[in-house]
Design a protein. Structure first.
Length: 378
């Protein structure tokens, strides 16, 4: 096969994802990295001593040798960098969320359509074993036609990861319904078979604005620290925190399915709990990766009941439940023309649209928001 040369934009943090693509024996090589933070670049250079280093992603995109890029930079950079990479003719792996505004997503889609450059979205939960098993059960008809979906997202690491750096400010993130709920909304759309047509939200900043803050001159440390508990003992929080740490939204899908979604960033545990209820039963996951299970309820009872079926999963627990290497390989195969993506730019855009609209609802008195489709913009 033709050798694929890979560039990484945003080599720190989530940039580690791109490491799964570096397979010289398979003729896939990371040859360049770009990041304005020298510390991240230096660490990248240790891992890939032959790679070119850039402090400006635009210089990386000028390299005619690079076939594809991973964009793993902060969310507010996605729109500008994805458009530039698509314009440069590179195949693009774009981390979620696609952008922090609906208009930004639409501009990316317009550019991909106009240039013909390949665009792949990093919704890796479509490779989670738990999600795939639930989809298999739903598609089999075991629980009938889906009518209702509930999702609870517990985020024990919220104070560490999202309230000590740029995530804590609306101007950089819009809100945490994009950073976190974009995954869940995409999964719900995918398994329910329809996109959201309207949404209403309620939420607030309850906890982390009451913690001690760092100065603006100090760099935020978003790494996980187990001892940072309980939440109010957190220190060195962002000097500006204006996003919610608790969100609740209600969604009406185009096919009539009704959805409730709750996200909390100060829980002691960290996992997602999905419940899909159909006309013949329901399914629910206990744990979302590694040693987890999918419980199926199909027989009626008048009190608490044990599940009628339990599907025990023992997949990988590292790399987002083993999903990261799978989605990266799928992207490489897509670039080479030997596989179709199982993620969708349109679906990613619609997940962002729900997150943005729900956030606007929360901040606007919990008013109902209608979701405009990509092809209904004009």
């Amino acid at each position: 096969m033709k050798e694929l040369k890979i560039g990484v934009i945003g080599v720190g943090g989530r940039g580690i994802l791109a490491s799964h693509s570096h397979k010289p024996d398979d003729a896939v090589i990371i040859t360049a990295g770009a990041d304005p933070w020298n510390v991240a670049l230096d660490k990248f250079a240790e891992e890939y001593p032959e790679a070119e280093l850039f402090d400006d992603y635009k210089l990386l995109l000028k390299s005619s040798d690079i076939d594809a890029v991973f964009i793993c930079s902060p969310d507010f950079c996605h729109e500008e960098q994805a458009i530039a990479a698509l314009e440069a003719g590179k195949a693009v792996y774009l981390e979620k969320p696609m952008a922090i505004t609906i208009e930004g997503c639409d501009r990316i889609l317009d550019t991909a359509e106009r240039t013909g450059s390949k665009l792949y979205l990093g919704h890796n939960m479509r490779h989670f074993e738990s999600i795939l098993k639930m989809k298999e059960i739903i598609d089999s008809g075991t629980i009938g036609e889906i009518k209702a979906v509930w999702c609870r997202h517990f985020v024990s690491y919220g104070g560490d990861a999202y309230f000590k750096d740029w995530h804590s400010e609306r101007k950089y993130s819009t809100g945490l319904l994009l950073q976190k709920a974009a995954h869940d909304i995409d999964v719900i759309h995918w398994l329910s078979g329809a996109y959201t047509k309207s949404v209403v939200g309620m939420g607030k900043l309850d906890v982390y604005d009451n913690c001690s803050k760092r100065t603006e001159d100090d760099r935020g440390d978003a790494s996980f620290h187990k001892e940072s508990w309980p939440p109010l003992t957190q220190k060195e929080m962002s000097p500006v925190i204006d996003v919610e740490d608790h969100n609740m939204i209600l969604m009406q899908l185009e096919n009539g399915v009704q959805v409730s979604y709750v996200q909390c960033h100060y829980t002691p545990d960290a996992w997602r709990n999905y419940t899909f209820i159909g006309t013949k039963g329901r399914i629910e996951n206990k744990g979302d990766h590694g040693n987890c299970s999918i419980e199926v309820y199909t027989n009626r009872t008048d009190d608490y009941s044990r599940p009628d079926q339990v599907h025990k999963l023992t997949g990988e627990s590292e790399g987002h439940g083993g999903a990261d290497p799978l989605i990266v390989q799928r992207f490489i195969d897509y670039v080479r023309g030997i596989a179709e993506p199982n993620t969708s730019p349109i679906a990613a855009r619609n997940a962002v649209a729900v997150g943005v609209a729900a956030t606007e609802s929360i901040r606007g008195g919990s008013c109902l928001k209608l979701i405009k489709k990509y092809d209904e913009r004009r």
